[in-house]
Design a protein around this ligand. Structure first.
Ligand code: CTP
Length: 403
């Protein structure tokens, strides 16, 4: 999946001939799953029409501080636009706009939004070669980068004037790939490999029956998704679950029993940086699995159970460089029990759910957790959706990796 999937992209268009390429830029962002809003300077409308950009972006185009055509004259809130965006891209960025950005001028909506934006701002200069080389332009380009803005340099080639030199706006495909690499490079889990277990295990009684539990796998799948969007390569060892993987950086390894999960985890463990064990693994399995379906009889049936392997404990014993995270679901003496598990299983973090908290546990869409580290430092969180909980857990892991 593209890093732009679900990203909110604010594109600023200024008055250069390269504005005709912005239509394709908008189209490419939409195709890669981004949400796009466009702001145009008034003069840029001579180069590309707002209708083209609003059709391609599937959103109204903003150009003035209020919509003159709208009888309610609704104010276009530049602060809100700036806060909405995950990043802003000014393409093409003319010498005039670059100079105004450098000096804090804000005589149009695009500049006011730029000044209010807290998100990363990329700009793709486009102008004739002598304008590009002019000391005042070079000064603007330097200062804007010193302010933290990110320049996508102009390329060389034939310009609208017929002259040949540097000043052509980068091609839309190259702009996307530039930003993609920049975002990826800054992702906190870039080049990290993470093993995650999720879901229940099924322990066979006979060819048609098993012992299982109500785990949906949602918490583990959310953790996998969050880690993948932050740049990790995820190996998701999943027991039987209806959940779907929604990111190309997640490799799903389907297993059924605790023994299969154990084998899969040990296969990947040596090569990962982090292991998060959120699966609800069966603690016991039938000692003997019948070859044939067990026939009903008029007497009671006893199935002898034997313990399964404790996967988390075995990974704690085999730990070398990995950061190991376990889960604990407790009903009483929660903190003391969780702390004992940290020691017993050689963990770096444990995520504690208390069944006494309403909305926590494995049969709900929400969870309420406390994270405890190996020094028994506790961080408690409010009841949240499992997606939000996964972000809290992954953020704690990132802090530990950086420490
Ligand atoms: N776990 C595991 N393998 C097992 C059982 C559990 O890897 N055979 C992992 C779970 O994925 C979870 C953690 O161990 O991360 C906690 O499991 P839990 O059932 O709370 O703890 P137990 O060790 O089973 O202890 P107890 O039953 O005494 O609470």
């Amino acid at each position: 999946m593209s890093v732009f999937h679900g990203k909110k992209v604010l594109i600023g268009v200024t008055a250069g001939i390269a504005a005709y390429k912005t239509a394709n830029l908008v189209r490419l962002f939409i195709k890669s799953g981004a949400e796009v809003q466009v702001i145009m300077t008034p003069a840029s409308k001579d180069f590309v029409t707002p209708l083209t950009l609003s059709t391609l972006s599937k959103n109204p185009v903003h150009s003035t501080f209020y919509d003159q055509e709208d009888e309610n004259e609704l104010w276009n809130n530049h602060v809100e636009l700036g806060l909405w965006a995950d990043f802003m891209l000014i393409a093409p960025a003319t010498a005039n706009t670059l100079s105004k950005m450098t000096n804090g001028a804000c005589d149009n909506l695009l500049l006011a939004t730029y000044l209010s934006a807290k998100c990363p701002v990329y700009f793709a200069p486009a102008m004739d070669l002598d304008m590009y080389k002019h000391p005042s332009t070079l000064d603007s380009l330097n200062k804007l980068q010193e302010f933290g803005n990110i320049m996508i340099p102009a390329t060389s080639g034939e310009l609208a004037s017929g002259l040949v030199g540097q000043g052509r706006m980068a091609e839309p495909e190259d702009i996307l790939s530039f930003i993609e690499k920049d975002i990826y490079y800054k992702l906190p889990l870039r080049s990290k490999r993470i093993l995650i277990t999720a879901g229940p295990t099924y322990e066979a009684i006979d060819p048609v029956r098993f012992i299982g539990n109500h785990s949906s796998g949602k918490m583990g799948f959310e953790l996998a998704h969050t880690a993948a969007t932050l740049g990790a390569k995820v190996f998701l060892v999943a027991g039987p679950s209806a959940q779907k993987v929604q990111h190309s950086a997640i490799e799903r390894i389907d297993v059924r029993s605790a023994e299969e999960m154990y084998q899969a985890c040990h296969e990947y463990y040596a090569s990962v940086d982090v292991a998060i064990l959120s699966a609800a693994v069966a603690d016991y399995r039938p000692k003997n699995v019948a070859d044939q379906k067990i026939k009903k009889k008029d007497v009671s049936l006893t199935i002898e159970l034997e313990p399964t392997k404790d996967i988390l404990k075995s990974l704690g014993e085999a730990k070398e460089h990995q950061l190991l995270v376990g889960f604990a679901l407790e009903t009483n003496n929660e903190i003391a029990n969780a702390e004992a598990k940290i020691r017993k299983k050689n963990l770096d973090l444990i995520v504690l759910n208390s069944l006494r908290d309403k909305g926590a546990g494995f049969a709900t869409d929400t969870n309420k957790i406390t994270i405890i580290d190996a020094d028994f430092e506790q961080t408690s969180f409010e009841l949240k959706s499992k997606r939000e909980v996964s972000v809290d857990i992954v953020n704690e892991i990132i802090q530990k990796l950086d420490a």
